[in-house]
Design a binder for this molecule. Sequence first.
Ligand SMILES: [Mg+2]
Length: 311
Amino acid sequence: MDFRAFPIEIRGMKQIMSVAFVALLAACQTAPVQTPADVVPVVAAAAPEPTAGQQWLFGSAEASVVMRQAWATIADYVEAKAAEAPTYGVVLTPDSSPVQPGFLACEGKPLAAVFDADETLIWNLGSMAAFGRMGIGFDPAIWDEWEKTGAGKAVAIPGALEALARIREAGVTVIVNTNRAAENAAGTEATLKAAGIGEFSHGSTLFLRGDAPDGSGKDGRRMMISENYCVIALVGDQLGDIADPFNEKTLSVMDRKVLTEAPAITDLWGNGWFVLPNPVYGPSIRGDFDDIYPEATHWVPSAASELPAAN
Ligand SMILES: [Mg+2]
């Protein structure tokens, strides 16, 4: 998981902070000693709530259906592609880009499909709920503990197990390329196994942050995987699971979207490159009003002046 992309604030934290602020104000006042009857019962700290994104992704029937639809499409594609005996895979060559792509040749290598782990194969329900109940968005030390000990508390994403069975049946090796830490390989292997995703082995079917010199970039590991396999599918919840140029930090919200529409690669979406929804965290969660809403769509209701100002 790329924790740098985690939202730093959730609704529960806001509630706790507002209560704490009231308490701080009260403490600063030089008021006479109060009797219990004088004490205004300040609002008790409300239990943090899941964010809207968490409610949708981890709780909703709609998300479950979307995931099952997506996984069925991935399995359909892999089965059809494997039957074609392809000449080229879908990993970009190191000297190319989404605008001017080149793809690694299969060279007779066995076929593989490469998947991110977090919020792609598994939902990290145990850590998500723990962070939420603590009123924090993310903490790297707690996440590190989760990588080591979370087995059994993460679940397979709806539709994944059925699709993975079909992909393996088609003779395609399932490989995981995740930004979980290489030092925690044993914990991640145990987590994937406990969720029913399968048996993975670090360095052959499981690739982790630290395996290649490019840090949380995944292109280096994609090249390592491609030494032994022809990768016919890349699947993730973030564009870095497809190719690192999509995660270039200087790209604006709009530029990033435009890059996915580059004519040379646009047909790959749903046809070798697959992205699953994650409205909870990651590089997709950013942008202000101007970033998100095109100026041509600006509209002001007649009653706008009567509404309280946004804060
Ligand atoms: Mg992920």
